[in-house]
Write a protein that binds this ligand. Structure first.
Ligand code: GMT
Length: 407
């Protein structure tokens, strides 16, 4: 809200004093999956950015989120303890999570509980609110990231519970238009759904690209193709390796560097069988990703679906284009032909041809990279996206400007 002008009886113009009041900081609970995955990374970075803007952030999860900021006095972590009992075949996480959410909401007077991933976080938030007296209930925002909608919503054992939790959220957001459409198609949610894209704010790389390439064993003149993922089945590592085989057959000089968020061992035999052992370099759970992003020539992704694909954005932020299949929300992230190159799903020949065309034309690769970085700054920066979340929080809270709740 900008300063508003009022005319005084004297004819002088004054600026209304309220315009200078910064709205008070909020107390925000964030629940996410803490392991290496786009939704957990996004939630951790969102918490960091919100804390930087003066808000108090309370992460509630079974582990500290990967990339959760350390040492910020405005950021707290509340672990959910799950005990195991012989009487249950499956341990339950939802109930201890909901109890912890209620406890943190009450003890810290949370204004907002922002849950990332519907299952089971949105349901736990609903339960937590039901446990609290009306005056102590935080507003609940559910952000849908991916398979919580595309996969689980179709499961009759989950769908109705997801829909119920969404209908009782105070706001629902998705990370792409694609995900919004999927949610409407599979869950028929009646509440409005707002698209708020993911963001990424790179930290300055700590090492020079030459040092990183040496660490990875790249020889002079070898191109570095970078893939980052949690290696889940839908990332289609089989197609990634098939594309690498095609590039090798075409005589390209390259290494495929995989920053894995999970154990790569299940793929090792296949890498060997395809004769890719000297080509594929794997690093697991890397924290200093900017070093690798900057050292890469381009990104390579073969997912069969993605609601957004945060890894592509991470590369874009360092001025690196990606080659990927045109699935899910990826065409919203990559402007095909301008900031990266897309191919129809499964067409590894087309994907390999795109990679080759960029390796052979450094000027075009650089132009795509520059355009990718500009697009990342314009559409997917913290400045743009975190502001959208802040506006959403304030919009759903009562009374302008929101004054926070007394503990
Ligand atoms: O739902 C998933 O598949 C996992 C989820 C995650 O936690 O990594 O990934 C989703 O959220 C990311 C962050 O918003 C997106 O960048 C990924 O595209 C999305 N994954 C899928 O849609 C498969």
């Amino acid at each position: 809200m900008g300063p508003s002008l009022c005319a005084l009886a004297s004819g002088r113009i004054c600026v209304e004093w309220q315009a200078f009041m910064t709205p008070p900081p909020l107390k925000i609970g964030i629940t996410c999956y803490p392991s290496v995955g786009g939704s957990g990374i996004l939630a951790a970075e969102l918490g960091e950015e919100l804390a930087r803007r003066g808000h108090e952030i309370h992460f509630i999860s079974y582990e500290r989120p990967f990339r959760m900021p350390a040492g910020d006095p405005r950021v707290f972590f509340h672990p959910v303890v799950v005990n195991s009992y012989d009487l249950f075949k499956y341990p339950d996480y939802t109930l201890p999570l909901s109890v912890k959410m209620a406890e943190v909401s009450r003890d810290h007077a949370l204004d907002v509980l922002h849950v990332h991933y519907a299952v089971p976080h949105a349901t736990a938030a609903f339960l937590a609110c039901s446990m609290l007296p009306a005056g102590q209930r935080p507003k609940v925002i559910t952000t849908l990231h991916g398979t919580d909608t595309t996969l689980l919503a179709r499961d009759p054992g989950y769908g109705p519970a997801i829909r119920h939790a969404l209908e009782h959220s105070d706001a629902i957001t998705t990370v792409s238009e694609f995900m919004r459409r999927e949610t409407l198609a599979h869950l028929a949610v009646t509440r409005p759904i707002e698209v708020i894209y993911n963001f990424f704010e790179p930290r300055p790389p700590a090492r020079a690209p030459t040092d990183v390439r040496r660490e990875l064993g790249l020889r002079d003149g070898e191109a570095m193709l970078l893939h980052l993922s949690n290696l889940r089945a839908l990332k289609r590592i089989d197609l990634l390796l098939a594309t690498a085989v095609r590039l090798g057959q075409a005589g390209e000089s390259f290494r495929l560097v995989i920053l894995a968020g999970a154990d790569f061992a299940p793929f090792a035999a296949e890498v060997e069988r395809l004769g890719l052992a000297g080509r594929v370099v794997v690093r697991q759970n890397v924290a200093d990703i900017e070093d690798y992003l900057q050292a890469a020539d381009l990104g390579l992704f073969t997912s069969e679906t993605e609601s957004f694909c945060l890894s592509i954005l991470e590369l874009m932020s360092l001025g690196r284009p990606s080659v990927a299949f045109a699935v899910g929300g990826i065409p919203e992230v990559v402007a095909d032909g301008e900031t990266g190159l897309l191919a129809p799903f499964g067409d590894t020949a087309a994907l390999a041809a795109h990679v080759r065309s960029l390796l052979r034309d450094p000027a075009r690769r650089a132009a795509l990279g520059t355009a990718a970085q500009r697009r990342a700054r314009d559409l997917f920066s913290a400045a743009a996206i975190v502001t959208r979340y802040e506006e959403l929080y304030r919009r759903i809270l009562p009374g302008p400007p929101h004054a926070g709740r007394a503990p």
